[in-house]
Design a binder for this molecule. Sequence first.
Ligand SMILES: *[C@@H]1O[C@H](CO)[C@@H](O)[C@H](O)[C@H]1NC(C)=O
Ligand SMILES: *[C@@H]1O[C@H](CO)[C@@H](O)[C@H](O)[C@H]1NC(C)=O
Ligand SMILES: *[C@@H]1O[C@H](CO)[C@@H](O)[C@H](O)[C@H]1NC(C)=O
Length: 132
Amino acid sequence: MFSTKNFFALSSLSMLFTLANAFPASIAQRDVYTPPITYPTSTTVWNKGEVHNVTWDTSNAPVNITDRFGSRIQLRAGGLTMPLILADEFDILLGTIPVTVPWVITGDDYQLVLFGDSGNFSPEFTINGSAE
Ligand SMILES: *[C@@H]1O[C@H](CO)[C@@H](O)[C@H](O)[C@H]1NC(C)=O
Ligand SMILES: *[C@@H]1O[C@H](CO)[C@@H](O)[C@H](O)[C@H]1NC(C)=O
Ligand SMILES: *[C@@H]1O[C@H](CO)[C@@H](O)[C@H](O)[C@H]1NC(C)=O
């Protein structure tokens, strides 16, 4: 007799097999890696248009890194990640990358997010841009 419950159990089982086949073992051995940002700090003040070297600590880098060159830096404002990319597709093992400070409203609650596989946030810092 046809049972909906069994039907779903079977289809999720076959989905698991499909997923397992989609990811070869070599990729499964790789490590998610998102190192902590060391600059900017909570006392940093950036002015619009300046170029600054964002830095992060690579001392605990694993041997095999997932998507090593798929790194990205985005701006956060008021606790929300903005769709504004400051740098991307750089080597996460560089430990530093120059970014140009975007022209934004002046505020003291900006953060950067460094994306490896998940994101690490910088402390909140100030961007001196335009009137509040
Ligand atoms: C790194 O990847 C290589 C090749 O895929 C593998 O042989 C090795 O065991 C991995 N090392 C670690 C520490 O995961
Ligand atoms: C950023 O790093 C480059 C290369 O190391 C250096 O020449 C430059 O002076 C640095 N810029 C700042 C603002 O520290
Ligand atoms: C902020 O930017 C304005 C205009 O560019 C400049 O006059 C002022 O000195 C800056 N303030 C700081 C704290 O850097």
